[in-house]
Design a protein around this ligand. Sequence first.
Ligand SMILES: [Zn+2]
Ligand SMILES: [Zn+2]
Length: 225
Amino acid sequence: MNCLLCNAPLNYRLSILDLVRLAPLPFPIICSKCAKSFTKIDPAAACPGCSRPQSSNHLCPECQRWTQQYGWHLHHTALYTYNEAMKEFMRRYKFQGDYRLRQVFQGVFCRQVQSYHADLIIPIPVTATTMATRGFNQVLGLLGQTTVTNVLNHRAQDKVAQSCKTRQQRLATPQPFRLTDPTVVRDKKVLLVDDIYTTGRTLYHAANLVKQAGCREILSLSLAR
Ligand SMILES: [Zn+2]
Ligand SMILES: [Zn+2]
């Protein structure tokens, strides 16, 4: 076995059991040096709205603005900071489309998802254009065997990918989603899942639809922020 990121040899031997089991692999699939390059976010030292690392646990100014706009704010958890190592990881996973890399964070991500005991786990979808070029939804890759409810759809084709927009353009993006069946979320505890929290715009659009459809509770999770 070699590290999935830097190819350094790992001193773990695969058993037949490991090969046939469908669950995330139980051993490290990246080396300790690569693992150390990622920075975990401590929820006790982060904004309770968006998981931004900060010294206090008060709502950050951005989340205060969202609260003014919507009358509520997200309760978002991000597991890691979007540092250089995470940017490089996302570049290879999403933009070069190396689907094997979903395994790097699948275990830690799925454990976090399970800890919420949500009724519905709703992934943020990718556009048809992205699906055609990338061939996979990176969020579903992170979720592995988790049962998800694909009830969010893109309304119309947004010609410009979020990742190509400036911060101001992202914030001005109109509602891109629709719920294929709003009754599915009624009275449910919903977990929205995305890969990266950037401005919050995408998740607020999605959460707003789910709240309007009458969910009981809504939480959100991303790998990075
Ligand atoms: Zn490595
Ligand atoms: Zn915040």
